[in-house]
Design a protein around this ligand. Sequence first.
Ligand SMILES: CC(C)(COP(=O)(O)OP(=O)(O)OC[C@H]1O[C@@H](n2cnc3c(N)ncnc32)[C@H](O)[C@@H]1OP(=O)(O)O)[C@@H](O)C(=O)NCCC(=O)NCCS
Length: 149
Amino acid sequence: MIVKYTMSTSFSIRPVAPEQTYPLRHRVLWPDKSPEYVKVENDAEGYHAGAFWQDELIAVISLFVAYGAANPGRARFRKFAVHPDYQGQGIGTALLNHVMAEAKRLGAVSLWCDARLDAADFYRRFGMEAVSEVFYKGLIPYARFSRTL
Ligand SMILES: CC(C)(COP(=O)(O)OP(=O)(O)OC[C@H]1O[C@@H](n2cnc3c(N)ncnc32)[C@H](O)[C@@H]1OP(=O)(O)O)[C@@H](O)C(=O)NCCC(=O)NCCS
Protein backbone atom coordinates (compact mmCIF):
# COMPACT_ATOMS: atom_id res chain seq x y z
CA MET A 1 0.00 0.00 0.00
CA ILE A 2 1.27 3.45 -0.84
CA VAL A 3 0.94 5.84 2.07
CA LYS A 4 0.59 9.40 0.83
CA TYR A 5 1.39 12.09 3.33
CA THR A 6 1.95 15.82 3.22
CA MET A 7 4.46 18.10 4.93
CA SER A 8 1.70 19.47 7.11
CA THR A 9 1.28 16.12 8.83
CA SER A 10 4.92 15.20 9.03
CA PHE A 11 6.94 18.10 10.40
CA SER A 12 7.18 18.96 14.05
CA ILE A 13 7.64 22.26 15.86
CA ARG A 14 9.72 22.58 18.97
CA PRO A 15 11.78 25.12 20.93
CA VAL A 16 15.38 25.59 19.81
CA ALA A 17 18.38 27.45 21.19
CA PRO A 18 19.17 30.86 19.66
CA GLU A 19 22.36 29.50 18.07
CA GLN A 20 20.37 26.89 16.16
CA THR A 21 18.47 29.63 14.33
CA TYR A 22 21.55 31.38 12.97
CA PRO A 23 22.31 29.24 9.89
CA LEU A 24 18.76 29.56 8.51
CA ARG A 25 18.53 33.25 9.41
CA HIS A 26 21.71 33.79 7.46
CA ARG A 27 20.95 31.58 4.49
CA VAL A 28 17.34 32.70 3.96
CA LEU A 29 17.30 36.32 5.12
CA TRP A 30 20.76 37.88 4.90
CA PRO A 31 23.05 35.66 2.79
CA ASP A 32 25.11 38.66 1.67
CA LYS A 33 25.89 39.78 5.22
CA SER A 34 28.34 38.28 7.66
CA PRO A 35 27.07 35.44 9.90
CA GLU A 36 27.38 37.83 12.87
CA TYR A 37 24.81 40.15 11.32
CA VAL A 38 21.90 37.78 11.98
CA LYS A 39 22.39 37.70 15.74
CA VAL A 40 19.99 39.81 17.81
CA GLU A 41 21.30 41.61 20.89
CA ASN A 42 18.67 40.08 23.17
CA ASP A 43 18.49 36.63 21.58
CA ALA A 44 19.14 35.10 25.00
CA GLU A 45 15.83 36.54 26.24
CA GLY A 46 13.74 35.28 23.33
CA TYR A 47 11.65 32.20 22.67
CA HIS A 48 12.91 30.46 19.55
CA ALA A 49 10.91 27.85 17.68
CA GLY A 50 11.98 25.57 14.89
CA ALA A 51 10.20 23.30 12.45
CA PHE A 52 11.88 19.94 11.86
CA TRP A 53 11.51 17.59 8.95
CA GLN A 54 12.84 14.36 10.38
CA ASP A 55 16.01 15.64 12.11
CA GLU A 56 16.59 18.59 9.81
CA LEU A 57 15.80 22.10 11.02
CA ILE A 58 13.88 23.66 8.11
CA ALA A 59 12.33 26.84 9.53
CA VAL A 60 12.86 29.20 12.45
CA ILE A 61 11.17 32.13 14.17
CA SER A 62 12.07 34.12 17.28
CA LEU A 63 9.64 35.72 19.73
CA PHE A 64 10.33 38.53 22.20
CA VAL A 65 7.75 39.74 24.71
CA ALA A 66 8.16 43.18 26.25
CA TYR A 67 6.64 43.93 29.62
CA GLY A 68 6.50 47.05 31.74
CA ALA A 69 4.70 50.36 31.58
CA ALA A 70 6.15 51.40 28.22
CA ASN A 71 5.26 48.16 26.42
CA PRO A 72 2.54 46.31 28.31
CA GLY A 73 2.35 42.87 26.78
CA ARG A 74 3.72 43.73 23.37
CA ALA A 75 5.20 40.74 21.59
CA ARG A 76 7.47 40.94 18.59
CA PHE A 77 8.63 38.19 16.30
CA ARG A 78 11.81 38.42 14.26
CA LYS A 79 14.02 36.49 11.87
CA PHE A 80 11.27 34.32 10.41
CA ALA A 81 12.82 32.04 7.81
CA VAL A 82 11.70 28.88 6.02
CA HIS A 83 14.33 26.92 4.07
CA PRO A 84 13.80 27.64 0.33
CA ASP A 85 13.17 23.97 -0.46
CA TYR A 86 10.28 23.89 2.02
CA GLN A 87 8.53 27.21 1.41
CA GLY A 88 4.89 27.23 0.33
CA GLN A 89 4.00 24.01 2.15
CA GLY A 90 2.28 25.39 5.23
CA ILE A 91 5.30 25.40 7.52
CA GLY A 92 5.46 29.18 7.92
CA THR A 93 1.74 29.22 8.73
CA ALA A 94 2.18 26.55 11.39
CA LEU A 95 5.17 28.36 12.94
CA LEU A 96 3.42 31.73 13.04
CA ASN A 97 0.30 30.16 14.58
CA HIS A 98 2.55 28.48 17.13
CA VAL A 99 4.24 31.75 18.04
CA MET A 100 0.93 33.60 18.28
CA ALA A 101 -0.34 31.00 20.73
CA GLU A 102 2.91 31.18 22.70
CA ALA A 103 2.74 34.99 22.83
CA LYS A 104 -0.79 34.80 24.23
CA ARG A 105 0.28 32.17 26.75
CA LEU A 106 3.03 34.54 27.89
CA GLY A 107 0.45 37.29 28.45
CA ALA A 108 0.98 39.37 25.32
CA VAL A 109 -1.96 41.43 24.07
CA SER A 110 -0.50 42.46 20.74
CA LEU A 111 1.97 41.14 18.20
CA TRP A 112 4.17 43.06 15.77
CA CYS A 113 7.00 42.55 13.34
CA ASP A 114 9.04 44.48 10.84
CA ALA A 115 7.77 42.82 7.67
CA ARG A 116 9.49 42.67 4.33
CA LEU A 117 6.99 44.05 1.85
CA ASP A 118 7.26 40.94 -0.29
CA ALA A 119 5.82 39.00 2.66
CA ALA A 120 3.09 41.58 3.47
CA ASP A 121 0.27 39.55 1.95
CA PHE A 122 1.37 36.54 3.95
CA TYR A 123 1.04 38.57 7.19
CA ARG A 124 -2.34 39.97 6.15
CA ARG A 125 -3.63 36.40 6.18
CA PHE A 126 -3.02 36.47 9.94
CA GLY A 127 -4.92 39.71 10.55
CA MET A 128 -1.78 41.81 10.68
CA GLU A 129 -1.86 45.28 9.13
CA ALA A 130 0.76 47.89 8.32
CA VAL A 131 1.12 50.49 11.06
CA SER A 132 4.06 52.43 9.63
CA GLU A 133 5.31 54.04 6.47
CA VAL A 134 7.67 52.00 4.31
CA PHE A 135 11.27 52.00 5.50
CA TYR A 136 14.43 50.28 4.33
CA LYS A 137 17.00 47.95 5.82
CA GLY A 138 19.71 48.12 3.18
CA LEU A 139 17.89 47.82 -0.14
CA ILE A 140 14.95 45.84 1.26
CA PRO A 141 11.64 47.67 1.83
CA TYR A 142 9.80 46.97 5.06
CA ALA A 143 6.77 48.17 7.03
CA ARG A 144 5.84 47.51 10.61
CA PHE A 145 2.86 45.15 10.84
CA SER A 146 0.77 44.59 13.93
CA ARG A 147 -2.37 42.99 15.33
CA THR A 148 -4.06 42.54 18.68
CA LEU A 149 -4.09 39.05 20.18
C1 LIG B 1 7.42 34.25 4.20
C2 LIG B 1 7.62 32.82 4.74
C3 LIG B 1 8.05 32.86 6.20
C4 LIG B 1 6.25 32.09 4.62
O1 LIG B 1 6.43 30.73 5.01
P1 LIG B 1 5.90 29.54 4.06
O2 LIG B 1 6.08 28.27 4.76
O3 LIG B 1 6.57 29.70 2.73
O4 LIG B 1 4.38 29.93 3.91
P2 LIG B 1 3.09 28.94 3.87
O5 LIG B 1 3.39 27.77 3.02
O6 LIG B 1 2.60 28.70 5.24
O7 LIG B 1 2.09 29.92 3.09
C5 LIG B 1 0.72 30.01 3.38
C6 LIG B 1 0.08 30.75 2.24
O8 LIG B 1 0.69 32.05 2.13
C7 LIG B 1 1.23 32.20 0.83
N1 LIG B 1 2.52 32.88 0.94
C8 LIG B 1 3.70 32.38 1.35
N2 LIG B 1 4.66 33.32 1.29
C9 LIG B 1 4.06 34.43 0.80
C10 LIG B 1 4.53 35.71 0.48
N3 LIG B 1 5.82 36.07 0.66
N4 LIG B 1 3.64 36.62 0.00
C11 LIG B 1 2.33 36.28 -0.18
N5 LIG B 1 1.84 35.05 0.09
C12 LIG B 1 2.69 34.14 0.57
C13 LIG B 1 1.44 30.80 0.30
O9 LIG B 1 1.42 30.80 -1.11
C14 LIG B 1 0.27 30.08 0.89
O10 LIG B 1 -0.88 30.33 0.12
P3 LIG B 1 -1.98 29.17 -0.16
O11 LIG B 1 -2.48 28.74 1.18
O12 LIG B 1 -3.00 29.90 -0.98
O13 LIG B 1 -1.26 28.11 -0.90
C15 LIG B 1 8.65 32.01 3.89
O14 LIG B 1 8.20 31.91 2.56
C16 LIG B 1 10.04 32.61 3.90
O15 LIG B 1 10.86 32.27 4.75
N6 LIG B 1 10.33 33.49 2.93
C17 LIG B 1 11.66 34.09 2.77
C18 LIG B 1 12.08 34.92 3.96
C19 LIG B 1 11.05 35.93 4.37
O16 LIG B 1 10.50 36.68 3.56
N7 LIG B 1 10.79 35.95 5.69
C20 LIG B 1 9.89 36.92 6.28
C21 LIG B 1 10.64 38.18 6.51
S1 LIG B 1 9.61 39.47 7.19
